[in-house]
Design a binder for this molecule. Structure first.
Ligand code: UD1
Ligand code: CA
Length: 459
């Protein structure tokens, strides 16, 4: 039996923030959510989260995890004190307790699985993740022998100068046998620099205590300030970039590309510099994105070219060309083989296949059939100041340059709209609609102030 306890009650003073530290996003998800997701694959019976500072806010942020049992800590007297609060909740529990710090979000699930396995096979009193860091400052130092048997953990602030030289650090991730831990918890005192109850003090009383050195030391990064927060996000981006490159994605200047964990990329996708993929964004094989793109919760088909554009909550089918400088948003669906070009915005619209919306257009709440040509500057006027209205454009229709379709309005198939028209009424199929003044030409015309003083027009 395994229970997990995540310590998340601390204030995070060094963040200098109104937001509780564990709710700061790391690569798009709150730190604490990442910690919870890291144990999702493990055989865990119970999941307890110790909350204190900003408890209501933290609880609200974990609405998507109904299995979490919240344990309140008040006042906040240290990590050992936080674990003491578990005692009433774990009455009669005889299994192992995996303790995770809420501010250590980069652990891989496989690492935690290995920690559990080592702990259970070796029958240790406590097994903890450790790492040898070139710069161990800020972390507790782990004192152990050649067999990685731990005798003590000393916090950075409490170290002697000699102890501070020790580069083996405590990750803040432990596997305890709960009955044994429960017995020694009352022995902790606050005789230390911070005058807190340190969970790390229990280790000296739990025999045998075993350290497990991490190979990838980036996994144990603890986040105490904004600089470490930035580093954590960078490390996750890098992990995911490396993984997609391994699976056949080309990245030009990877360090300038950011992407989140739900992104899915097919083989032979090419990502140019300054491409940012957010949320559930899926990109099909051979598509070429960037430079300078923001794609969020969007699905891009195969062989699509997107250049300097923003696409959110939308879909673009195979073979399209988007951009430069296009903005697709709010459930826009673009069919295959379309061209959506320079300075075009499309909102909540369906565009059939093989359409061209090449320059300077706005389409909102519109439904276009196939092979529609939207001339330069043609737009839908979808908003009357209070409500939004739909525009329907049939297959093969052509909108002249700078035409305005005042919604609600429906154009049949094969309609031609003369340039500069303001269309306010429905148009039947195969019609030409001209809705503008006929051109007037006045020959030999001069402005009135020139008319009286001259007898002949000057040339
Ligand atoms: C802790 C460890 C240190 C380790 C480091 C790894 C102790 C005494 N020290 O130090 O050895 O190297 O983590 O990152 O444990 N928390 C509570 N209640 C409290 C205090 C803290 O829930 O009263 C939570 C915090 O929200 C945080 C976690 O415990 O998520 C760690 O607390 P923090 O104060 O950051 O400990 P460190 O000084 O980093
Ligand atoms: Ca910390």
């Amino acid at each position: 039996m395994v229970a997990v306890a995540i310590l998340a009650a601390g204030k995070g003073t060094r963040m200098k923030s109104d937001l509780p530290k564990v709710l700061h996003p790391v690569a798009g998800k709150p730190m604490l959510e990442r910690v919870i997701r890291n144990v999702e694959g493990l055989p865990v019976e119970r999941l307890l989260v110790v909350v204190g500072h900003g408890a209501a806010q933290v609880q609200a942020a974990l609405g998507a995890f109904p299995q979490v049992e919240f344990v309140h800590q008040e006042p906040l007297l240290g990590t050992g004190h936080a674990v003491q609060q578990l005692i009433p909740h774990l009455q009669g529990f005889t299994g192992d307790l995996l303790v995770l710090n809420g501010d250590v979000p980069l652990l891989r699930p496989t690492t935690l699985a290995q920690l559990l396995a080592t702990h259970q096979q070796g029958q240790y009193g406590v097994t903890m993740l450790t790492a040898l860091l070139p710069d161990p400052s800020g972390y507790g130092r782990v004192i152990c022998d050649g067999q990685l048997q731990v005798s003590a953990i000393i916090e950075d602030r409490d170290c002697t100068p000699a102890q501070r030289q020790n580069q083996r650090v405590n990750a803040g991730i432990y596997c305890f046998r709960w009955p044994q831990l429960q017995e020694v918890l009352p022995r902790m005192t606050t005789a230390n620099q911070q005058q807190e109850y340190y969970l790390t003090d229990t280790v000296q009383w739990l025999k045998p205590a075993r350290a497990v050195d991490m190979l990838d030391v980036t996994e144990i990064l603890g986040i105490n300030d904004r600089k470490q927060l930035a580093t954590a996000t960078q490390l996750l981006y890098q992990r995911w970039r490396d993984e997609w490159m391994r699976r056949g994605v080309t990245m030009i200047d990877p360090l300038s590309i950011t992407l989140e964990d739900e992104v899915e990329l097919a083989a032979d996708v090419i990502l140019e510099p300054q491409t940012h993929l957010r949320g559930r964004t899926v990109i099909g094989a051979g598509s070429h994105i960037g430079p300078g793109c923001w794609l969020e919760n969007s699905t891009i088909g195969e062989q699509v070219r997107v250049l300097y554009s923003v696409i959110t909550n939308s879909q673009v089918a195979a073979g399209c060309q988007v951009g430069p400088f296009a903005h697709l948003r709010e459930e826009t669906v673009v069919g295959s083989g379309c061209r959506v070009g320079n300075f075009v915005e499309i909102k909540k619209s369906q565009v059939g296949s093989a359409c061209r919306v090449a320059h300077l257009s706005y389409l909102g709440d519109a439904q276009l059939g196939t092979q529609v040509n939207v001339g330069a500057g043609a737009i839908t006027a979808n908003f009357d100041g209070r409500d939004k209205h739909p525009t329907v454009i049939g297959d093969g229709s052509k909108l002249g340059a700078n035409s305005v379709l005042v919604a609600p309005v429906t154009l049949g198939t094969g309609v031609t709209v003369a340039a500069g028209s303001v269309v306010t009424e429905d148009v039947p199929a195969d019609a030409l609609v001209i809705a503008r003044m006929r051109q007037v030409v006045k020959p030999h015309w001069r402005p009135p102030y020139l008319r009286d003083h001259e007898h002949e027009p000057s040339r």
